[in-house]
Ligand binder design. Structure first.
Ligand SMILES: [Zn+2]
Length: 549
């Protein structure tokens, strides 16, 4: 025999088998018993709570030829069987999600006019009615305005907000509830007993029910999943957690211990173990947060924590504020981690961050009973201190730069002039009009400078000879050459200049610039294209102007 999924096998066939929706079933049963059948019903609620199941039971009970107690269908008569076998001409089920077009609805509406092949009512079930196209919906609305007496519409939707008010005003509406954990648990227990499935403890059934999230169908699908991992219909905790994509309790408690004690190594090791268990990261994160939340919820008046996951002794040094802080940070950071490019690494990072909180916050011993806000304040102050430290470091670096030895400048006359330019520019410019009459001799105790100036440049000689300027020159010489210095000038006539092969620094610089310009002019004149151009136009270059830069 092939395995039949539990949700199908245990699909309710009579009203009392439907769980958690008594407020709906009772009303429908009564209307059948009183023979007060409406023309249109709307069943709303999340997926898997029994909307289409109830629609079918209701349809059968409306058309049953041998109605049972409590308005239950007999399931044996030709009408009941035809509906079960999908051969009924008077029961039409349409999925709004896959038959959204107006053509499907028009065909349906055309048939609405005809009387049922037998019995009093024709029943139309339209599932996910909100998915119908606007045109299809409008066509349906017209029929709803004046429906033939024999027609019953049953609409089902997970999204009633998408329906027009005109539809809502023409239907009897039933809102299905999400099924609570206790109801789901007893449903699981009942099915487990019938199917000879053994759960190690009722706690496991509760855990399973919790993950069903209020849906009977989803809960039974999860149960199928758990069963597929068990060879002998015995469900232990590891099998359950693995099939739900959750971490094993041992791994979870190891990780929680690491988090609460603030032990980075334990956290890293436990998380790596968890990853090998093929957990669903999102579910695993919720598992951690749920466990911490349970601890917070368990706090009594003396701030004792009730938990089986962590050794109580480990919790002795944990303050309430710290526990709250840990939960808050994990909740925020895990959300970010899941959306990050590498969720596994980001989750690991978050765990390490929380484990290293002592180092980050660096609390003093007196900080034990701080509020979360106080801990945050501490973090803020810490951040400010870090920033101040950074500023101080930057300043220190600048000081080091200022004190660093300057690059060694060769003790030449040209370099002295360059230095003088930074001190007294006018004096430096005048000094350029002369030149040394000797080699620089730095070996003597006193540096004796004798500078020649052309007689034609007497004006500079006078300027430099002025006592205040001479004083500055000597001062600069001593600063630059680090030696006691003397300064003398000699005026040179043309004969003396020629004899000594004398040129002022200004003349030398001028000549250098001139030579460079001549060189460039020569290059331009000898350029292949320029030569060709001259030939072509039978002309000669008259002038070449070279810009300074
Ligand atoms: Zn029947």
């Amino acid at each position: 025999m092939t395995y039949q999924v539990l949700a199908r096998k245990w699909r309710p066939r009579v009203y009392q088998d439907v769980i958690g929706q008594e407020h709906v079933t009772r009303t429908l049963q009564n209307s059948v018993l009183k023979k007060q059948i409406g023309h249109a019903y709307l069943l709303t609620g999340t997926r898997g709570v029994g909307k289409t199941t109830i629609a079918r039971i209701f349809a059968k009970s409306i058309r049953c030829e041998n109605l049972q107690e409590n308005a239950n269908p007999c399931l044996e008569c030709p009408s009941c069987k035809a509906i079960d076998e999908n051969t009924s001409l008077d029961y039409i089920e349409i999925d709004g999600a896959s038959n959204t077009g107006v053509d499907n609805i028009r065909e349906l509406i055309d048939n609405v006019q005809y009387l049922p092949s037998n019995g009093e009512h024709k029943v139309y079930v339209i599932d996910e009615v909100h998915m119908l196209s606007v045109n299809a919906f409008n066509a349906l609305l017209k029929t709803l305005e004046e429906p033939p007496a024999h027609v019953v519409f049953i609409f089902a939707t997970t999204d009633p907000q998408k329906l027009l008010g005109t539809v809502l005003s023409r239907v009897q509406r039933f809102d299905f509830k999400s099924v609570d954990i206790e109801t789901l648990s007893s449903h699981i227990t009942k099915i487990a007993k019938e199917e000879s499935i053994q759960f190690d403890s009722p706690k496991l059934i509760q855990e399973l029910a919790k993950h069903g999230k209020g849906s009977v169908r989803d809960t039974l699908s999860l149960m199928d999943q758990v069963m597929s991992l068990s060879l002998d219909k015995k469900i232990n905790e590891d099998i359950l957690l693995m099939s739900l994509g959750l971490a094993k309790t041992q791994s979870l408690s190891g990780l929680l211990s690491g988090i609460l004690v603030g032990d980075k190594e334990t956290c890293v090791k436990a998380f790596k173990n968890v990853l090998q268990e093929n957990v669903d990261l999102e579910k695993f994160i919720l598992q951690i947060l749920d466990s911490l939340f349970d601890m917070i919820e368990s706090l009594d008046a003396s701030n004792n924590i009730e938990t089986n996951l962590v050794d109580k002794k480990l919790l002795d040094s944990l303050s309430v504020s710290e526990l709250l802080w840990v939960y808050e940070v994990l909740a925020k950071d895990f959300e970010w981690a899941l959306k990050s490019l590498d969720p596994e690494k980001s989750i690991m990072f978050t765990l390490i961050k929380v484990a290293l909180r002592e180092q980050i916050i660096n609390p003093a011993p007196a900080n034990i009973n701080k509020t979360t806000e106080a801990v945050h304040q501490e973090f803020k102050q810490q951040e400010e201190i870090v920033q101040e430290d950074e500023i101080e470091e930057v300043e220190a670096v600048e000081e080091v730069i200022l004190e660093a030895p300057k690059p060694v400048v060769a003790k030449t006359w040209e370099n002295f002039i360059a230095y003088a330019m930074t001190q007294f520019k006018a004096i430096a410019s005048n000094l350029e009009r002369g030149n040394l009459l000797h080699e620089l001799n730095l070996d003597t105790d006193v540096l004796n400078i004798e500078m020649g100036i052309s007689e034609s440049d007497k004006i500079f000689h006078e300027y430099l000879g002025a006592p205040e300027n001479k004083e500055k020159i000597i001062m600069m010489l001593q600063d630059f050459f680090k030696k006691e210095s003397s300064f003398r000038m000699t005026l040179l006539d043309e004969e003396q200049k020629e004899k000594k092969n004398f040129s002022s620094i200004a003349d030398i610089d001028e000549k250098k610039i001139q030579d460079k310009q001549d060189e460039r002019k020569e290059t331009i004149l000898n350029n292949k294209h320029i030569l060709e151009a001259q030939k072509l136009f039978d002309t000669k270059i008259d002038k070449i102007i070279i810009n300074k830069d």
